[in-house]
Ligand binder design. Structure first.
Ligand code: IMP
Ligand code: MG
Length: 194
């Protein structure tokens, strides 16, 4: 459960998820506008190529749905699961792609991520998919943290670039909570008394 702060009529009050507090950062309207832009970009690039979109669960369920409903082109959408993250720090642990049954060879593949942080997860996914000889692979992500990124693969399609802070909402969670929040919330840094 998260508790809304009871004080105001603000459309995006602060929220508490487990032990941490989060404040409004990007509104639902801004997220929608960013996804609109990205959908237009992908439509131009992939029209007539019947792309295969691969959403990375759990976080990308929201972005995947918002994106593909804006894409009036012939396309397929599937999901894989990769566990690589615990708590608020990227652990670097990755596992195999679970649930990928589609034939990848010769396909134009677009990996859909909720967020690219260090890039370790997306690197692992790209390596695993490259073994299946797709015609092309690109990455589309709702959020990208350029300052945290440690890989060299270009992140071609980004809805919103954000600073290196922990965020939740629009599919992103803190230990399971917060995925259902519309918009994006940023962690409130605890003040330490010197
Ligand atoms: P990376 O491997 O470091 O790029 O991390 C990718 C995964 O870590 C994402 O798919 C998220 O599940 C998780 N992650 C990274 N940053 C955040 C964040 O700010 N909030 C919630 N989850 C995050
Ligand atoms: Mg994720």
């Amino acid at each position: 459960m998260y508790l809304r702060t009871p004080c105001s009529n603000h459309p995006m009050p602060r929220v508490k998820l487990h032990d941490l507090e989060f404040e409004p950062f990007i509104s639902e309207a801004e997220v929608n506008a960013a996804v609109d832009r990205l959908a237009a970009e992908l439509k131009t690039k992939y029209q007539g190529k019947r792309p295969l979109f691969i959403g990375v669960l759990n976080g990308a369920f929201f972005f995947a749905a918002e994106l593909v409903k804006r894409l009036d082109i012939e396309c397929e959408i599937t999901f894989v699961k990769v566990a690589s993250y615990l708590g608020t720090k990227s652990s670097g642990r990755v596992t195999d792609l679970i649930g990928l049954n589609e034939r990848i060879e010769g396909r134009h593949v677009v990996v859909l991520e909720d967020i690219v942080d260090t890039g370790n997860t997306v690197k692992h996914i790209m390596d695993a998919l490259a073994d299946h000889h797709p015609a092309s692979i690109s990455i589309a992500t709702l959020l990208f943290k350029p300052d945290a990124y440690k890989q060299t693969i270009p992140i071609e399609h980004v809805a919103v670039n954000i600073p290196n802070a922990f965020v939740v909402g629009s599919g992103l969670d803190h230990d399971g909570l917060g995925r259902n929040l519309p918009g994006i919330y940023r962690i409130v840094e605890q003040k330490t008394n010197a």
